[in-house]
Structure formats: C-alpha cells, structure tokens
Write a protein that binds this ligand. Structure first.
Ligand code: SAM
Ligand code: SF4
Length: 321
C-alpha cells in the first residue's frame, strides 16, 4: 500500500506488550501503570490485523514491546505470523535478558533475525541505566544467538553517560563478531528528553580514528533507515540511525501497532486509528484492511522532532521503538 505521499508502506512494527523486565531511564519510569490485560490485543487479534496488513502489501513484521519476551507465548505468535500469506520476514527486538532461555523456541518458530538493545558493556553502568543487574544474561543471549547462527544486530542509544570508551567498546563488537552495531540517536519521545545524548559527530570522529578507512558500506543493508559504515578488520558494520538530526522521513516505510491495537502512523504524532474496537465489534478482514488503508493515507510527511518533542503522550515502551 502507498501513503498520501506515494511512499510504499510494507513494514509493520508490533508492540505486543507494554510491560518490561528493565526500566531504561530514557524509556520507562519505575512506576508506570501497566495497561490492563483486557485492553491488550490477544494474539488472535494481532494475527487478524497482520493478515489484513499483509493483504495490503505489508511483507515484514517486527515484534517488539515493552519487552516482547516477557509476554507468554511470544514464540508461538511468531510461528503463526510466519505462516501468514505474504509475510516474508518476522524479526524481534529485545533487550536480550530472556533471549538465551527462549532461543530454542524462537528458532523453532522460524524467527528470521533478532535485534538486541544494549547501550553499555559496563555492568555497573548497565544496572544504573536499566535499573536491573542483568548484563550477564544479555551477554549470554548474544552469545547464544551468535552460536545458533541467527542473524543478529545490536542497537545502542549513545548516551553521554556511557563515555567514549564505552561506546567504542560496543563498536568493537563488530570487529570481534559478525554483528552490525547500530547507534540509534536518542529521540525526544517519552522520557527521551531527560537524558543527555553523546554527540554523533564526536562519536563518528572517534570511530574514524579507531578504524582509519571507515567508509560507507557498499550496497543496501536491511530495509530500514540505517546508514552503514565498514572498514578493514570489521566483521560486521557500524550503523547510524539518526532520525532526529538526519531525517529519513521521505523513505519511511513503516507503521506501528501498539499493544492496545492502535495503529500509529508516525513515531512523532499521535494520529492513527484504533483497531481494537472494530476487531471486538465483529469487523470483517476487508473492513480492517479498509481502516488501515484509510489511516495510512494520513501518514504525516515527516516528523517534527527538531521543533518539539513527540506529540503523543505514549512512552517508547508503549510504542515499541
Ligand atoms: N524492550 C525491547 C528493547 O529494548 O529492544 C523492545 C522495545 S524498546 C522500546 C525498542 C528500542 O527503542 C530499544 O532499542 C530502545 O533503546 C529504543 N528506545 C527507547 N526509548 C528511546 C528513545 N527515547 N530514543 C531512542 N530510542 C529509544
Ligand atoms: Fe524495556 Fe526496551 Fe524500554 Fe528498556 S528500551 S525499558 S528494555 S522497553
């Protein structure tokens, strides 16, 4: 399907829960009230939305949260999503805490790739940033995914508190292992306005000094907005996703479904359409598809982060990143 600006929308991100086993300071306060269970889409409802989206041309799904692996049966959902006609790829974004434990089920379900979010390799900093001392579990998850040969990407939000050495240590994972390490600019969504980011230009300069010859990676990697860099000696790439400073809205290909069934058209805007009420009021697949298509035509041309924080009271944990 195309939106009102002629952009092809073929990617849907699914937040399957607002709950999480971490409390990353830029994402989720310690005491956020959770959405009551009955207001969260059931798996069969998520599958109906995805089938409708697939009938309109969505081919890629990303399962996210909150933390998707805290919701019981996540692997089972992925297995069902993989069976939907038209869906070519189902991937997962996780904090990695439960990854090692659930990896066999995820592999068996046919998961195509996993993104693990990790902002520091320092155990104390990790505990201070996430509110939980879970770094060893995350590293075990990374190791298990690598050993299993599951395509793996690491996503890091570069924060001033991590320090240059800490960020370089993360980037070095792309030297030690065949993983892409992507630096995702802190966005002014929810609590993202409360922390200091590490400057992108300074980070890029340090990466270039660490790997002389760092150059744009040839070809296109992934279907998303990351810009990738490579250098002799790197087994994976180093990526930058800079939504705020280097907007890529003109090639945006995605919409998002919150765990309550709200189809959100842009990270920055509160506009979208509630699909839970029609789902529960007996809407047909054609009617669901019609609602999605009509909403997508209203997708904003671009975000307005440079002028103001997101015009949506939801936290990133409720949106899914
Ligand atoms: N819990 C899973 C995880 O952490 O990967 C999935 C959900 S989380 C909301 C998805 C991604 O959003 C994470 O990589 C996280 O770092 C990122 N994120 C959360 N708040 C953010 C913000 N304000 N700016 C940029 N990225 C943010
Ligand atoms: Fe949880 Fe992910 Fe948000 Fe961290 S970024 S609090 S892991 S949802």
């Amino acid at each position: 399907m195309t939106d009102g600006y002629g952009r092809k929308i073929d990617y849907l991100r699914l937040s399957i829960t607002d709950r999480c086993n971490l409390r990353c300071r830029y994402c989720m306060p310690e005491s956020l009230p959770f959405i009551p269970h009955q207001q969260i889409l059931r798996y069969e409802e998520i599958l109906r939305v995805c089938a409708a989206a697939a009938s309109l041309g969505v081919i890629r799904l990303k399962v996210t949260g909150g933390e998707p692996l805290v919701r019981k049966g996540c692997a089972g959902l992925i297995r069902e999503l993989k069976l939907l006609p038209g869906i070519g790829q189902v991937t997962l974004t996780t904090n990695g805490v439960l990854l090692a434990r659930q990896l066999p089920d995820l592999l068996e379900a046919g998961l195509d790739a996993v993104n693990v979010s990790l902002d520091t390799l320092d155990r104390e900093q990790y505990a201070a940033l996430t509110g939980r001392d879970e770094l060893p579990q995350v590293l075990a998850g990374l190791r298990a995914a690598l050993d299993a040969g599951l395509p793996l990407r690491l996503n890091a939000v570069p924060l001033a508190s991590a320090g240059l050495e800490g960020l370089l240590a993360l980037a070095e994972l792309a030297e030690r292992f065949p993983v892409d390490v992507r630096f995702i600019e802190l966005m002014p969504v929810g609590h993202g306005t409360e922390l200091a980011p590490f400057g992108q230009d300074r980070l890029m300069a340090a990466l270039s000094a660490r790997w002389p010859g760092l150059a744009p990676a040839p070809g296109r990697r992934g279907g998303g907005p990351a810009r990738y860099w490579t250098a002799p000696g790197l087994r994976g790439c180093i990526g930058f996703i800079s939504a705020v400073s280097h907007g890529f809205c003109e090639t945006c290909n995605r919409v998002r479904l919150t765990s309550e069934g709200f189809l959100k058209l842009c990270l920055c805007s509160g506009d979208g359409v509630d699909l839970r009420a029609p789902l529960r009021d007996g809407a047909s697949q054609e009617e669901l598809a019609g609602l999605i298509q009509t909403a997508v035509l209203r997708k904003p041309a671009h975000h307005t982060f440079s002028r103001a924080p997101a015009q949506d009271p939801r936290n990133m944990s409720q949106i899914g990143g």
